[in-house]
Design a protein around this ligand. Structure first.
Ligand code: SAM
Length: 237
């Protein structure tokens, strides 16, 4: 099976309809990513088929949770995951891709321009700094592979409006990590976390999406400076 078929078949298992132009954009992004990856550390994956199975299809599993007209922040997007695949799949949703590493953000800005996407912007900022000016301005936050949920919740939940949600992409066996983060999530105004388990098409890898609803405003004193968040994660004894 070639890459186009792999991607088309995989996406068809996640979403009801995916047009060939969407598949073209994914293949173009894969080419840009692998080319830039030769000179910059963007991903450990080097095979086009693995970009599809481990990045694109994994991230596409979050697309059914996206809603037209909503504004979504991807915290610690790295080379654009999960935010860029979601922006390709959900043109009516607006995405901000946030990362602390300037080089990765420049790559994303170039890729977004090359792909002609007008619903996504890459921003160079640390999440805890960005929250000072963008507190409670997002309907949703998403994140994959950035930090332990206790730390990550303090980086993301302040950005989400009351009534919105934070979706954290985690490994299948995340139950202990989630339980350990619940006190921090409560303090930050989040709901009891719900774990949705799923299998990624093509690779068959088992994964989990942790959904936290924002029930109350986050107290003003959060997020703290990163050194403090890391040294004393919220909800400790
Ligand atoms: N989410 C991507 C993925 O799944 O491939 C990237 C994961 S990479 C391991 C973690 C990324 O989070 C890095 O690019 C790093 O610069 C970014 N990051 C870590 N802490 C951050 C913070 N406080 N604010 C913004 N970005 C952060």
């Amino acid at each position: 099976m070639n890459e186009r078929e792999l991607l088309t078949n995989g996406l068809a298992q996640i979403l009801p309809q995916v047009c060939p132009q969407v598949v073209d954009k994914f293949l173009d992004f894969s080419a840009l990513l692998l080319e830039k990856n030769k000179v910059m550390n963007l991903t450990a994956v080097t095979e086009p088929s693995e970009v599809i199975s481990r990045h694109f299809l994994d991230c596409a599993m979050v697309a059914p949770h996206m809603i037209s007209g909503e504004k979504v922040v991807d915290v610690g997007t790295g080379a654009g995951f999960p935010g860029l695949p979601l922006a390709i799949l959900c043109p009516e949703t607006e995405f901000i891709l946030l990362d602390a590493l300037h080089k990765r953000v420049v790559f994303l800005q170039e890729a977004i321009a090359a792909l002609g996407l007008d619903n996504v912007t890459a921003v160079h900022a640390r999440a805890e700094e960005y929250a000072k000016t963008h507190r409670a301005t997002f309907d949703k936050a998403v994140s994959r592979a950035v930090a332990n949920l206790r730390v990550l919740s303090e980086l993301t939940l302040p950005l989400v409006r009351t009534g919105g949600a934070f979706l954290a992409m985690k490994a299948e066996g995340c139950a202990d990590e989630v339980a350990d983060a619940q006190t921090a999530i409560d303090i930050l105004g989040g709901s009891p976390a719900m774990i949705h388990r799923y299998m990624v098409p093509v690779s068959g890898i088992a994964r989990a999406l942790v959904e936290i609803r924002k029930l109350r405003e986050t107290p003003e004193k959060y997020p703290r400076r990163f050194a403090r968040i890391r040294a004393a994660p919220l909800g400790g004894k």
